[in-house]
Write a protein that binds this ligand. Structure first.
Ligand code: XBP
Ligand code: MG
Length: 247
């Protein structure tokens, strides 16, 4: 059994349910501010989530669903502008306390730190969005490495962001456990043979997680036990001791 030295967390959908009531609503606010009557419903946004990265997601939408605009505007520029506006609205929502951490996240991070296990972030999301979430709900100083957004050439499902984080930590995959919520995230981590624990959410619960070690509904708390959906993990909520058994 290898020694557990670091926990690496995805952000959106894993640390907090940021998508449905966070990013999605902020995208719609940005469209309205820019004078477009587009509205991404909860279900439609689920389809758009297959495109990682907020700017890339807008560009994909413009290209696929608003193609007459192609002759009137530079779609790349428009996507970049709308993404900037959306990020302001998203950060306002974080500031207003509208986005909560998922069960067990803070508890597990505190337990890891007490045992000298290092913490890192590996996300597709833009750096300022990640920083604002950490500032409001956790503590930026807890994280030795924050791998985010455009720090790497290719976003998840490419493994680039995990390469980057492992390099910065100067660790090999066998000493780390990754936390993800999506098929894209697990695909990114599994290409480096990282051991992955998945906490599903409404958008991801039917995805293929065959490359993950364990799939649970959430990390759980003493008063809110988890449900194991696949794989094996002991106890009623995810603990550092149980994670050590996974390596
Ligand atoms: C989630 C994403 C992101 C967010 C929006 O990635 O796909 O694109 O929806 O983020 P992960 P930005 O779960 O890997 O963090 O607008 O900040 O890009
Ligand atoms: Mg995610």
């Amino acid at each position: 059994m290898a020694e557990l030295k670091a926990l690496i967390f995805d952000v959106d959908g894993t640390i907090a349910n940021t998508e449905e009531e966070g990013h999605r609503v902020a995208f719609n606010q940005a469209f309205a501010e820019a004078g477009y009557d587009w509205n991404w419903s909860v279900d439609f946004y689920g389809q758009l989530l297959k495109v990682g990265g907020g700017e890339e997601r807008i560009y994909h939408y413009l290209n696929q669903y608003q193609s007459p605009l192609k002759s009137q505007a530079n779609l790349e520029e428009l996507a970049a502008n709308l993404h900037q506006i959306k990020n302001q609205y998203y950060q306002e929502r974080l500031e207003a306390g509208l986005i909560e951490l998922r069960p067990g996240i803070k508890r597990l991070m505190i337990a890891a730190k007490k045992q000298g296990i290092r913490l890192a972030i590996a996300t597709t999301s833009a750096v300022p969005n990640v920083m604002k979430l950490l500032e409001k709900k956790l503590d930026q100083d807890w994280f030795e490495v924050i791998g985010a957004g455009d720090m790497v050439p290719h976003k998840k499902p490419a493994p680039d962001i995990y390469h980057y984080v492992l390099n910065q930590l100067d660790l090999t995959p066998q000493h780390c456990i990754v936390f993800e919520d999506s098929h894209q995230g697990v695909t990114a981590a599994s290409q480096l043979n990282l051991t992955t624990v998945v906490t599903v959410n409404n958008y991801t619960k039917d995805q293929d997680f065959s490359a993950a070690k364990v799939v649970v509904n959430h990390l759980g708390e003493p008063e809110k036990p988890f449900t194991v959906l696949s794989g094996e993990i002991g106890g009623e909520y995810v603990t550092i001791e149980a994670l050590k058994q996974l390596l």
